[in-house]
Write a protein that binds this ligand. Structure first.
Ligand SMILES: *[C@@H]1O[C@H](CO)[C@@H](O)[C@H](O)[C@H]1NC(C)=O
Ligand SMILES: *[C@@H]1O[C@H](CO)[C@@H](O)[C@H](O)[C@H]1NC(C)=O
Ligand SMILES: *[C@@H]1O[C@H](CO)[C@@H](O)[C@H](O)[C@H]1NC(C)=O
Ligand SMILES: *[C@@H]1O[C@H](CO)[C@@H](O)[C@H](O)[C@H]1NC(C)=O
Length: 354
């Protein structure tokens, strides 16, 4: 049974049948969207849920990729880190192959192609149909949608459209997400819009114009108001050079003692002297982390303990995971340049799930 159906599929694919389909154009849908109440779907609703799995691709969409109608461009969003720009595609679900980049070029007009985006453990599959060959009197139907938004009524409109879809592409006449109706033009509403329309736009191109809700000129909104506040998943403070006992800093943070290799016996503050490369390991969740290093460079000379570190000779390298943050760095040159005794350096690193 399996091999029979496979044979039929590949015969069809090798010799695509000619299309005698007539245009369904010129029909106005009798569907009328409820105008009231126009309530935006909350962020935690089913239609906005990102996919399970770390960094799973979302907001998948296609657009026409050439003038002949054999190519589409596939775009998507990965929420946590950039992923590979690779699409797998083929003419049969069983024969999906890899191409580099996000432009899918088919060999046939009027033919269904399947495509997959695979990121980490997540794999998502969609399909599209290439348009007929360009020529006079070639039937090609567009559906027209406008003023969609992301209310409960928008969702109903979209469901109605998908259940009664006739066209091969959507002409979208403007006013997409209505993000500008939200406080500070909440840009997360573009992401939710991208998720709600995926069930159409991942399968057929939308050709959009800009409406008045896309004219998003609002200089009174600063980026700080519009951005999402970073909330660290974990906070780890190390008090270098102290063998035991925690310390509270004036900002009420608890600094954990690290086991010291060498403690400066006569210094007022504690420090840790590294004479060979040393690694600290912490268990952390995947995602963006900030690493802050505090510097107070000085001479450390304690003849009784045979310690004599000269500030001008102290060069430091720090790497975080696979990132090199400091390479042969002189804290002395830094304090001289900024004319202070003390400074901090902060690095942003991405920790992936592996
Ligand atoms: C949106 O429509 C889909 C399909 O009809 C339905 O499964 C879903 O529950 C709806 N969601 C909301 C929030 O209205
Ligand atoms: C230091 O604080 C950590 C939590 O930050 C705690 O687990 C540990 O027991 C504390 N150690 C001492 C010696 O108080
Ligand atoms: C430490 O070494 C420097 C040269 O590297 C020398 O000038 C200085 O006198 C030494 N200090 C002590 C206390 O031994
Ligand atoms: C660090 O700088 C010193 C002095 O310029 C040089 O001798 C040494 O090779 C450098 N080390 C590395 C790892 O680049």
């Amino acid at each position: 049974m399996d091999s029979l159906s496979l044979l039929v599929v590949s015969a069809f694919l090798l010799f695509p049948t000619a299309s005698f389909q007539l245009s369904n154009g010129g029909v106005t849908s009798s569907f009328i969207r409820k105008s009231e109440p126009s309530v935006d779907i909350p962020f935690d609703a089913d239609v906005f849920q990102p996919l399970p799995g770390y960094n799973a691709p979302q907001q998948v969409r296609i657009m026409q990729g050439d003038h002949e109608g054999k190519a589409v461009i596939v775009s998507w969003v990965t929420p946590s880190e950039p992923g590979p720009r690779v699409v797998f595609y083929g003419m049969a679900e069983e024969k999906i192959e890899e191409i580099q980049g996000s432009r899918v070029v088919g060999d046939h007009h009027d033919t269904e192609y399947f495509y997959q985006i695979r990121i980490g453990e997540s794999s998502r599959q969609f399909s599209f149909k290439t348009p007929p060959a360009v020529g006079p009197d070639v039937p090609y139907t567009f559906d027209i949608i406008g003023d969609l938004g992301q209310t409960y009524n928008s969702n109903e409109t979209l469901s109605h459209y998908l259940a009664n879809q006739r066209g091969q592409a959507v002409l979208f006449v403007g006013d997409l997400s209505y993000a500008d109706d939200h406080p500070n033009h909440d840009n997360r509403r573009w992401d939710t819009f991208g998720r709600i329309i995926e069930r159409s736009i991942a399968y057929q191109p939308w050709i959009t114009t800009a409406g008045n809700h896309e004219i998003d000129f609002a200089p009174e909104i600063t980026s700080a108001q519009n951005s999402i506040i970073y909330v660290p998943a974990e906070k780890i403070f190390l008090n270098c050079g102290v063998p035991s006992g925690n310390m509270s800093s004036p900002d009420s943070l608890t600094w954990e003692a690290t086991t010291a290799q060498a403690i400066l016996p006569e210094s007022k503050t504690t420090a840790r002297i590294f004479e060979t490369p040393y690694t600290y390991s912490f268990p952390v969740t995947p995602g963006r982390k900030f690493v802050r290093l505090h510097f107070y460079p000085t001479d450390y000379a304690f003849p009784n303990f045979n310690i004599n570190f000269t500030i001008s000779h102290s060069l430091l390298s720090v790497s975080v995971g696979s990132y090199i943050s400091l390479d042969n760095f002189s804290a002395l040159l830094n304090v001289q340049a900024i004319n202070k005794h003390y400074f901090i350096k902060e690095f942003s690193v991405h920790i992936s799930s592996k």
